[in-house]
Design a protein around this ligand. Structure first.
Ligand code: AMP
Length: 285
């Protein structure tokens, strides 16, 4: 496995690979890898010849009060894990190369970035789309894999890819969970044992909601109330949002009829966690 730190070298490698007829699959990450990230590498491997993973904690997607400085980092361990899971190139750029002074250009997807996570993190998706657009121009992939864990992010990137005519196929891979159901996240390392235990309520509430739909619940407001009440039973939980939207475009849903995304975010202590489930009503019936 090759480690590349310079943008120019990454672009030259991508050009050489493409000229040799290789299909490049790309997995962007912020590092501190867990099984969720590794599953994306494996998914990329089945669909491409060369898998490139980037590790970059992108400052423009963090608000000043968020955890950019504290975000966990362990590049050496990440490289070892990546090489064991089918990664061919790890790209680890430096911030002064990615955002050289003066840096003046950003990519912004409208509407769908203002809801869910975008409501409480207003500049977040602008940072995400900007870095992903830049990485697409550096890594030159034909395919990129994103996790359903960040479903809104994956849809926003699909939208950007369509709107800006990036010639990249966007693949969304399933959420990987711990054996007790907690969605894997680099941020889980912030949780105290007690907070981690209480955080299990997120996945359990989503499974309860799916069960409610299976039992005939079709009123989104009523279901959201049940989910909130369930989460509030845990004293450490502070709900950011619980929403039920159309899984295709994140439009609001009143009657649960087709393919819906139930998405939520909550803080446990200082740690903000997100989770979601897609329920295809037609497949349940
Ligand atoms: P991050 O390093 O948190 O920016 O995540 C990098 C990629 O890994 C994103 O596409 C995430 O959606 C994906 N990812 C993070 N956690 C999981 C998980 N538990 N299961 C599947 N994909 C994940």
């Amino acid at each position: 496995m090759k480690i590349i730190m310079s943008i120019e070298e990454m672009q030259n490698s991508a050009n050489r690979l493409r000229a040799a007829g290789k299909k490049i699959g790309f997995v962007p990450t912020m590092g501190f890898l867990h099984q969720g990230h590794l599953s994306l590498l494996e998914e990329a491997k089945t669909r491409s010849d060369i898998v490139v993973m980037s590790i970059y904690v992108n400052p423009t997607q963090f608000a000043p009060n968020e955890d950019f400085e504290a975000y966990p980092r362990d590049t050496e361990r990440d490289c070892k894990l990546a090489s064991q899971h089918g990664c061919d190139i790890v790209f680890i750029p430096e911030s002064d190369q990615i955002y050289p002074e003066p840096y003046l250009t950003y990519v912004e997807v409208e509407k769908m970035t203002r809801i869910l996570c975008g409501a409480s993190r207003p500049a977040h998706f602008r940072g995400v789309t900007t870095i992903v657009a830049k990485l697409f121009n550096i890594v030159k992939p034909q395919l990129a894999v994103f996790g359903q864990k960040d479903y809104q992010q994956a849809l926003v990137i699909q939208q950007m890819t369509r709107d800006l005519n990036f010639d990249v196929e966007i693949v969304i891979a399933p959420i990987v969970r711990e054996s007790d159901g907690l969605a894997m996240s680099s941020r889980n390392s912030y949780l105290s044992p007690d907070e981690r235990q209480q955080a299990l309520v997120l996945n359990r509430s989503l499974l309860m909601a799916k069960q409610e739909i299976l039992s005939g619940e079709r009123d989104a407001e009523s279901l959201k109330r049940k989910i909130r009440a369930n989460i509030r039973q845990k004293p450490a939980a502070e709900i950011d949002y619980v929403e039920i939207v159309d899984a295709r475009n994140l439009d609001p849903v009143k009657d649960i009829q087709h393919n819906v995304l139930i998405a939520l975010a909550a803080k446990f202590g200082k740690t903000r966690l997100i989770d979601n489930i897609i329920v295809d009503v037609e497949k349940l019936i």
